[in-house]
Design a protein around this ligand. Structure first.
Ligand code: ADP
Length: 448
C-alpha cells in the first residue's frame, strides 16, 4: 500500500469514526429528547396536549434534520384521518387545514388503518407505493424521503404520523425507526387521553343537561298544575255568573260574589306568573359593591310598620364595619323581605306569648357575610322540611310556595348558600351567606 493510499485510507477511517461519533451524539441527543417528550406529554393536562404535540413535531423535525412532520387523527370511515397538527420548515410545502387522508390517498389510508407503515428513502424507482396516482404525485412533488406510521393504542389505530424530507434522500436506520415508533406511542397515548377527557366532558354535559331538562320538566308540570286550579275556578265561576245573570231566575247578588271569586283567582294566577318571572329574571343583572346594611335600611320602615300591624317585636342587628359584597340591591331586598315576612307569618300562626323576629347581619369567616332571620313561631313543619326550596311547597292556606325558591335562586346567583331549620327551643332560623367582594375577587383570581 502506498503512503498516499495509506494516508487516504487513514483519512477515510478517520472520517468514518467522526461520522459515527457524530451520529452517536445525535442518537444520544434524540434519546434525551424522547425522555423529555415523554415526561412533558405525561405532565400535560388534557387541554394542553394539542400545543404539546405541535411543539414536539417541531423539535423532532429540527433534531433529525427533516423538513416536515404531520399528525393525523382518526375520523369517520369515509375520511379515514384528518390532519390536525403539523410543523414544517418555511421551505417545506404547507399542509392545508383539516386535510383529509382519503382524498390524499385511499391506498395509503387503508394501509395505515390496517396498522402498516410506509417507508422510503428516496425517489429511485423503488418506491413501495402500489397506487400509481400516489406514486406519480410523490415523484412530482415529494417528499423525497418519508415515514408514514400508524398511531396505535393497543390494537386500535387512533391516528397517523408522517416524517418528511423534501431537500433530498435520507436513510432511516433501524434504531431511528424504533425511536420514531416510540414517538408514535407517546403521541398515541396522549391523543387517547385527550379523547377520553373530551368524552368525559361530553358525558358530564349530557348528564347535566338531562338533569336540568327533567328538573325543568317537573317544574313546568307543577306550574301548569298550579295555574290550572285558579283557571278552572275562574271558568266555573264565569259560567255560574253567566247563568245567574242571563237565566230566568237571575240572582245578581250571587253573580257579584262569583265575579269577586273570579277576580281573586285571576290575581292568584297572575301572582304565580309574576313569581315564576322573578325566578327566571336575568341572573346577570348589574351587581354593584354594596354594604348589606344599605338595602336592609331601605326596607326597614316597611318591615317595622308590618310588624306593628301584626303586633310583634322586630329586632335588627347589623355588625359594625361589615365588609362590602357584590350584589343586586333590589334582588337582595326581595330575599330579606321573603324571609322576614315568612318569619312574621310563622309567629302570627303560632299565636303564642313570645312574638319576636330577629334579623342579624354578621361577618361569618374571612370572605363571607351571613344574614339570618330567627323567629319565635311554630318552627318548620316536618312534612316540608326536606322540600322547603322546591316550587309550590307550602303549608299556608293561601301560600304559593314560591318565596323560598326565588330567594334561593337569588342567593345562589350571588355565589351564596341558603338553609333553614327549626330552632332547638322555639321557632325557626333561615340564613344565607354571601361572599364579600374581596373574597369573590380572590376566588375569581384563583379560577383564572
Ligand atoms: P309560602 O310562604 O308561600 O308558603 P315559601 O316558599 O316562602 O312559600 O315557604 C314555603 C314553606 O316553608 C312555608 O309554607 C312554610 O311551611 C315553610 N316556612 C318558610 N319560612 C318559615 C318559617 N320562618 N318558619 C316555619 N316554616 C317556614
Amino acid at each position: 500500500m502506498s503512503d498516499t493510499s495509506r494516508r487516504q485510507s487513514g483519512r477515510k477511517k478517520g472520517s468514518l469514526t467522526a461520522r459515527r461519533t457524530a451520529s452517536g451524539r445525535a442518537s444520544k441527543g434524540f434519546e434525551a429528547l424522547l425522555d423529555e417528550m415523554s415526561a412533558a406529554m405525561t405532565r400535560a393536562l388534557a387541554h394542553e396536549i394539542d400545543d404539546e404535540i405541535e411543539r414536539w413535531l417541531r423539535k423532532i423535525v429540527l433534531a433529525l434534520d427533516l423538513d416536515r412532520s404531520t399528525f393525523w387523527e382518526r375520523a369517520s370511515a369515509d375520511l379515514g384521518f384528518i390532519c390536525t397538527h403539523w410543523w414544517g420548515r418555511p421551505e417545506a410545502p404547507k399542509m392545508p387545514p383539516n386535510a383529509v387522508a382519503t382524498r390524499v390517498s385511499p391506498w395509503l389510508t387503508a394501509k395505515v388503518l390496517a396498522g402498516e407503515s410506509l417507508i422510503y428513502t428516496g425517489l429511485d424507482g423503488q418506491l413501495p407505493i402500489e397506487a400509481p396516482e400516489l406514486r406519480r404525485f410523490v415523484e412530482a412533488y415529494g417528499p423525497v424521503a418519508n415515514v408514514t406510521m400508524p398511531l396505535q393504542v393497543g390494537a386500535t389505530v387512533v391516528g397517523g404520523l408522517t416524517f418528511d424530507k423534501y431537500r433530498g434522500p435520507r436513510d432511516w436506520p433501524e434504531q431511528e425507526l424504533r425511536r420514531l415508533r416510540v414517538v408514535g406511542q407517546i403521541m398515541a397515548s396522549a391523543l387517547d387521553r385527550k379523547r377520553a377527557d373530551l368524552q368525559t366532558r361530553e358525558l358530564q354535559a349530557e348528564v347535566t343537561l338531562a338533569a336540568r331538562r327533567s328538573a325543568m320538566g317537573e317544574f313546568a308540570a307543577s306550574i301548569a298544575h298550579e295555574l290550572n286550579q285558579p283557571l278552572g275556578a275562574i271558568l266555573g265561576n264565569a259560567n255560574a255568573a253567566r247563568r245567574m245573570i242571563s237565566g230566568e231566575k237571575s240572582n245578581p247578588g250571587e253573580a257579584v260574589a262569583a265575579l269577586g271569586d273570579i277576580v281573586e283567582d285571576a290575581k292568584r294566577a297572575s301572582g304565580i306568573i309574576r313569581r315564576v318571572r322573578a325566578l327566571f329574571k336575568d341572573g346577570n343583572s348589574p351587581k354593584t359593591v354594596l354594604d348589606l346594611s344599605v338595602p336592609l335600611a331601605e326596607i326597614e320602615g316597611l318591615l317595622r310598620s308590618e310588624a306593628g300591624v301584626r303586633k310583634l317585636s322586630l329586632r335588627i342587628e347589623v355588625a359594625p364595619s361589615l365588609p362590602p359584597i357584590m350584589g343586586d340591591r333590589i334582588q337582595l331586598q326581595q330575599c330579606l323581605l321573603n324571609l322576614v315576612l315568612n318569619a312574621f307569618d310563622s309567629v302570627a300562626a303560632a299565636n303564642s306569648q313570645r312574638r319576636e323576629v330577629l334579623v342579624r347581619v354578621v361577618q361569618e369567616k374571612a370572605g363571607w357575610v351571613r344574614v339570618s332571620v330567627s323567629d319565635s313561631g311554630h318552627g318548620i313543619d316536618p312534612l316540608v322540611q326536606g322540600r322547603l326550596f322546591e316550587p309550590f311547597v307550602t303549608t299556608k292556606p293561601n301560600g304559593m310556595g314560591m318565596g323560598l325558591l326565588v330567594t334561593r335562586s337569588i342567593v345562589e346567583s350571588h355565589g351564596g348558600k341558603i338553609s333553614g331549620k327549626s330552632n332547638d327551643d322555639v321557632g325557626a332560623t333561615f340564613s344565607f351567606t354571601l361572599p364579600t367582594s374581596r373574597g369573590r375577587l380572590r376566588e375569581e383570581r384563583a379560577e383564572a
